[in-house]
Write a protein that binds this ligand. Structure first.
Ligand code: NZQ
Ligand code: ZN
Length: 392
């Protein structure tokens, strides 16, 4: 087990009707002007945005609003948000939406508080020293951005999707009403569930001597999301299942399931981010499409860990041959993905990259040959190309 820091400062306000508290929650922050940031229309259609604005009016909080965030949120809107915040002297951002809206809010927050080009942080050219404070009203259980220190932005110039992590962007509060997620299309619900599972799986696949407690949390969290994802495919209005998944989404990415793991692997995420940047796919679906290919490619790097996953998470019987047990576990996970209509290949994801595009994906993922990703096996540009190719 390695030493670790666990830092989860976000106040969570969870349950039915909690969005009605948002006016008071924002007021408590002592800010003078709020940017209400939202996506491409779901919050207008559901009436949530109106209710949030009414709650702010009632609490006497003044605000400006900016909608239009798209999945795989774009840098151009971030720049627009930064200018708006500066012009309106905004000192707090309320993100009403999912990972894309929250990540766009974090990027705007960095841009307002630090001089120069905000993209520098995503290119790892320098570190942000602060971020405007952020509050969240979550509408989809998936990315875990409501409690994470990370944000992921797509630069249209080159279609590069890059993540940046810094504790100063962690949300001050997150309002989570599971009922708000009942309007999600099934595909987004399932894609979100995969992302939640993957945030724990990325940490679970590591090369450390792991804490039993962290393993136990992780295995139970993944099984819980699998069970409830299947319930939600049949009963999208099942409140308990929505609640289980929503809370799992936050715990899966707030650091809890990484305690003692030295971070974990994260190669599948890095491989997927390039797919999102170039082909604009839903993040969780992209993860499902590459995971099996990644798992088989790196399996020899730690067959014991994959075998433990097969037995404790995927319910496989333990065979004499670790690798054979491990492979059964990988197949079982792919079967699960199919059971919730998630893809297990790029073709099923709906994209058919040419060989040249596969090379481009690998080139971008390796930051043009400058980095490796993953710890089960350190993947270089050629490995990345092979994994994409086997995922076709
Ligand atoms: O834009 P609107 O109209 O709101 O529609 C959204 C969007 O089309 C829709 N939606 C959200 N809530 C809804 C709803 N539709 C009906 N009813 C509701 N209640 O769902 C679609 C997806 O929304 P998005 O915010 O993109 O989803 P998600 O939370 O999965 O976020 C994905 C983004 O987060 C990044 C991903 O890479 C991707 O860009 N990630 C962020 C992380 C972080 N900051 O910690 C970690 C993750 O690994 C991930 O990389
Ligand atoms: Zn993710």
């Amino acid at each position: 087990m390695t030493n670790f820091d666990y830092y989860a400062p976000t106040k969570v306000v969870f349950g039915k009707g909690t969005e009605n508290q948002v006016g008071e929650l924002v007021k408590e922050q002592g800010c003078s002007k709020v940017l209400v940031h939202y996506g491409s229309g779901s919050v207008i259609k559901s009436g949530l945005l109106d209710r949030i604005l009414q709650a702010l009016d009632k609490a006497g909080v003044s605000y400006v609003s900016l909608g239009g965030v798209v999945p795989n949120p774009r840098l151009s809107l971030v720049y627009e948000g930064i200018e708006l915040c500066k012009k309106e002297q905004v000192d707090f951002i309320l993100a009403v939406g999912g990972g894309s809206v929250i990540d766009s809010s974090k990027a705007i927050g960095y841009g307002v508080e630090n001089g120069g080009d905000v993209w520098d942080f995503y290119e790892r050219k320098r570190e942000a020293t602060s971020c405007l404070p952020i509050g969240v009203v979550l509408t989809i259980a998936a990315a875990g951005s409501e409690m994470s220190n990370s944000s992921v932005i797509t630069n249209e110039n080159g279609w590069l999707k890059r993540g940046y992590g810094n504790d100063c962007c962690r949300a001050r509060f997150a309002v989570m009403d599971p009922e708000l997620t009942m309007t999600l299309p099934k595909y987004q619900t399932a894609s979100g569930c995969v992302d939640i599972m993957m945030h724990t799986m990325e940490r679970y696949f590591n090369q450390e001597e792991n804490l039993d407690l962290t393993d136990g949390f992780s295995e139970h969290l993944i099984r819980t999301v699998m069970e409830n994802a299947q319930i939600l495919m049949k009963e999208p209005d099942n409140y308990k299942a929505r609640a289980e998944v929503m809370w799992a989404g936050s715990l899966s990415h707030n650091g809890l399931t990484g305690c003692g793991t030295a971070g974990g692997d994260w190669a599948s995420h890095q491989l997927e981010h390039e797919l999102g940047g170039m082909f604009d796919v839903a993040h969780g679906a992209g993860l499902a499409a590459v995971w099996g290919s990644w798992a088989r490619y790196v399996l020899d790097g730690n067959p014991a860990r994959f075998a433990q996953f097969a037995v404790r998470v995927m319910g496989q019987t333990e065979g004499d041959d670790e690798k054979e047990t491990a492979l059964r576990g990988i197949c079982a996970m792919e079967e699960f993905y199919r059971s919730v209509n998630m893809p297990t290949s790029l073709a099923e994801l709906g994209i058919h990259p040419s060989d040249e595009e596969l090379r481009e994906l690998a080139e971008k993922c390796s930051h043009f040959g400058k980095r490796t990703v993953g710890c089960i096996k350190k993947l270089d540009q050629e490995d990345m190309y092979q994994i994409y190719k086997k995922a076709l």
